[in-house]
Write a protein that binds this ligand. Structure first.
Ligand SMILES: C[S@@+](CC[C@H](N)C(=O)[O-])C[C@H]1O[C@@H](n2cnc3c(N)ncnc32)[C@H](O)[C@@H]1O
Length: 299
């Protein structure tokens, strides 16, 4: 077994360390098809996943914890050593453990592939213009916890691979196939190679969420908008036993008119008149619990 390649650093000057120096510029990472994993649990999940890993940065005391995972990886990974305080100075914000890694977002696939790989009854989630990375991460975590088979990210939504989204998902984004309609980096990503990786990230950059939902409908998937302002159907009246895709709206505007129109129906979690709505992550958990309950998965 090869010795770990461990190097002490005193700056992020090396080109391969640039992603750590630009953590506050997430769009730069997105265009490059990479993401930063932060914290012991998330970095551990990344190293255990099939995602390609470019590098790891950590304080010396964590080396032995991560050694077996890094040594088990198929690709060579350089481990850069830096103490937490020093790292915080370099990245410009405080961190809990000072453990970071850069992963590579897998190459795009297709809606066909998502459908082929998802056994019935299918369960998908979609986000419409969801821009808050923390909320997106929480929603992803709920999706994985309740067996969602793929997440469809609308063309105006943030990427679930933003650092804060990855962190809030607790790394569960690495288990969830993602169909991104919001790619600002199609050409760049096409030219990237990920040796030996069969990624689960999928994209159809030319399509809107409304078009994708109509296509799902044409293929027998019932598209249901989670919409606090409908009085037509409440959660317990909806039928989630067949193939379905749940569409969630943005923090400010909710589900857009075009997405509402593309959905088969809109369903509300009943709320008292004094409360406008739930946080989108909380709403997703409530909907997904009901799906699981109706499908006999809650004991
Ligand atoms: C913070 S809410 C959006 C609030 C927005 N001001 C509105 O008027 O719709 C974000 C998303 O969470 C979901 N959501 C929140 N509360 C809900 C409820 N009571 N019933 C159904 N969906 C809900 C919806 O998908 C909603 O678009």
């Amino acid at each position: 077994m090869a010795e770990l390649d461990i190097r002490k650093i005193s700056s992020f000057d090396l080109p391969e360390l640039r992603p750590y120096a630009t953590m506050k510029r997430p769009l730069e990472h997105e265009t490059q098809g990479i993401f930063v994993a932060e914290g012991v649990k998330v970095v551990r999940r990344l190293l255990e996943s099939h995602f390609a890993v470019a590098s790891v940065v950590l304080p010396e005391k964590w080396v032995e914890t991560f050694r077996p995972l890094i040594e088990a990886r198929p690709e060579p990974i350089t481990v850069y050593l830096a103490e937490k305080k020093f790292l915080e100075g370099l990245v410009g914000f405080s961190m809990f453990q000072g453990v970071l890694a850069v992963g590579k977002i897998p190459p795009p696939s297709s809606l066909d592939e998502v459908l082929r790989k998802s056994p019935k009854p299918r369960l998908f989630a979609a986000v419409d213009a969801l821009t808050n990375a923390e909320n997106l991460g929480a929603l992803v975590r709920n999706c994985v916890a309740f067996g969602v088979q793929a997440l469809i990210v609308g063309e105006t939504s943030s990427s679930p691979f933003l650092r804060r989204a990855v962190r809030n998902s607790m790394g569960t984004i690495l288990q969830l196939p993602v169909l991104e309609l919001n790619l600002r980096r199609g050409e760049l990503r096409e030219s990237q190679t990920f040796p030996g990786k069969s990624g689960t990230r999928v994209t159809r950059p030319a399509e809107t969420l409304a078009q994708t939902l109509r296509e799902l409908h044409a293929r027998g998937v019932c598209c249901i908008a989670a919409h606090p302002h409908t009085n037509k159907k409440t959660l317990s009246q909806a039928d989630f036993t067949g193939d379905c895709c749940l569409a969630f709206g943005s923090e400010g505007h909710g589900v857009s008119a075009s997405v509402l129109e593309a959905c088969d129906e809109a369903v509300a979690i009943p709320m008292p008149p004094t409360v406008d709505s739930l946080n989108v992550g909380a709403a997703a958990a409530v909907f997904l619990y009901e799906v699981a309950r109706q499908r006999g998965k809650m004991g």
